[in-house]
Write a protein that binds this ligand. Structure first.
Ligand SMILES: [Zn+2]
Length: 429
């Protein structure tokens, strides 16, 4: 493992280890191209059933599988179709091709495109796009499944999708663009990179964060919360999700920021449940960073958070020198705007579900929100200095509600930003 000389060695090694852990997560989560590695046919599952249901607004394809597998999706035009390739040994049922309902999908076919790969083709009646696609493991009496949801799109959106799928296919395998739309023997591009959400459970290790009188610790509450939020986001099929810590380990604030930056996160969410001296203050709130925040209480809160590294025996790292590059300044402004939009989107979803602080979108100088190139927010779930909040934070139904609201808020934020912002990350890798 990399080791730098001098007193920084331990830190470098630690950060390197964390990064390695994070990257492992990525590799596991990332879909592999169908042709990535030759596998014996015996190891591949089979398609055991297929069905398509459709309405005027949406359609869903479900492939029942004898085990989980990998898939790839592409949009094709003339006529408008969506092709879904799955890595399987064979198709073990009489192909029905009847579509239940009427609307987005007119008909579909499923056939082996080549050994080890089945292609399902959905013929569209109007432009549509994949809203989400994911593979589920078998549960109880349900087999493993591939689920693909389609929603209506504009002609422009559909044309853009067709073009980017062609480009991705060309980049993947150096084939001529036409072959993707006409030849079922062509491998499809793997699904585009999903936005990466980095969730940062506050505190950890020797830093307990806040504590309730009954002994409940902030570091434990926020970790459980972050793990559950990760599950919900991953299950949606829309996001890659990584945690800065997945157990009770200590991380410096700058390491949390560095993990988000080095992995080009699309959104960084730090999760806390701190204490206030004013015990009557309660409710959830979402912070974005502002070095000039004026609210005294918020300032105290941020200062206490920023002291984490002193508690742990580290010096608070020096702030970066004044930013002179105008481009960096512009980027910061852009990130501030994006952070604010993310905070707003989350608060909109939290509002009907839980008690919020007055003015729930707030600004304070939290060190952990300083990345100049990653939209960053800090969610205060509630306060461990308030009896009502303490009770809520320990209720599983309250946690379920808040996790679901946060997930909806995150999805809403990404729905609102233009695709290029997310696509850039995919292309820059
Ligand atoms: Zn905290």
């Amino acid at each position: 493992m990399y080791k730098s000389a001098g007193s920084g060695g331990q830190t470098g090694e630690y950060a390197g280890m964390l990064l390695a852990m994070l990257l492992t997560l990525f590799v596991l989560a990332a879909p592999q191209p169908a042709s990535a590695q030759p596998e014996s046919m015996a190891a591949l599952p089979e398609v055991i059933d297929a069905r398509v249901t459709t309405t005027p607004q949406r359609a869903r394809l479900i492939l029942d599988l004898s085990g989980p597998t990998e898939f790839a999706i592409a949009s094709l035009d003339k006529p408008g179709r969506v092709a879904i390739d799955v890595k399987v040994a064979g198709i073990k049922f009489a192909v029905p091709a009847d579509v239940a309902g009427s609307g987005v999908v007119a008909s579909y076919t499923i056939e082996m495109a080549e050994a080890g790969r089945a292609r399902t083709l959905l013929v569209l009646t109007e432009p549509a796009q994949v809203q989400q696609a994911y593979v589920l493991d078998a549960v109880a009496d349900q087999p493993a499944r591939l689920v693909v949801d389609l929603i209506l799109a504009t002609s422009e959106e559909f044309a853009a999708r067709v073009a980017s799928d062609l480009a991705a296919a060309m980049a993947n395998q150096g084939v001529a663009p036409e072959t993707v739309s006409t030849d079922p023997g062509t491998h499809l591009p793997v699904p585009a990179t999903r936005p990466l959400v980095v969730i940062d459970p506050g505190h950890g290790g020797i830093d307990n964060g806040a504590s309730a009188p009954n002994g409940v610790k902030e570091k434990e509450i926020v970790l459980a919360f972050a793990l559950q939020l990760q599950d919900v986001l991953v299950a949606s099929g829309r996001f890659d999700v990584a945690l800065t810590r997945e157990d009770d380990s200590f991380l410096r604030l700058e390491e949390r920021v560095a993990l988000a930056r080095e992995n080009k996160a699309d959104l960084f969410i730090s999760v806390h449940a701190d204490s206030f001296q004013q015990r009557e203050i309660r409710g959830a709130s979402v912070y974005t960073r502002d070095e000039k925040a004026t609210d005294v209480l918020d300032k105290v809160l941020a200062e206490n958070e920023n002291k984490t590294d002193i508690i742990a025996g580290f010096a608070v790292p020096e702030m970066t020198p004044a930013v002179v590059d105008i481009l960096v300044d512009l980027m910061r402004r852009q990130m501030r705007r994006q952070s604010f939009l993310a905070a707003q989107s989350i608060i909109r979803q939290l509002e009907p579900s839980v008690t919020l602080r007055r003015f729930p979108v707030r600004q304070a100088d939290f060190f952990v929100l300083q990345a100049p190139d990653v939209p960053s927010i800090l969610v205060e779930l509630g306060f461990l200095s308030n009896g009502n909040d303490i009770a809520n934070l320990q209720k599983s139904d309250w946690r379920d509600r808040v996790v679901d609201a946060l997930a909806r808020g995150i999805a809403g934020y990404f729905d609102g930003i233009e695709e290029p912002m997310v696509a850039e990350r995919a292309n820059s890798n």
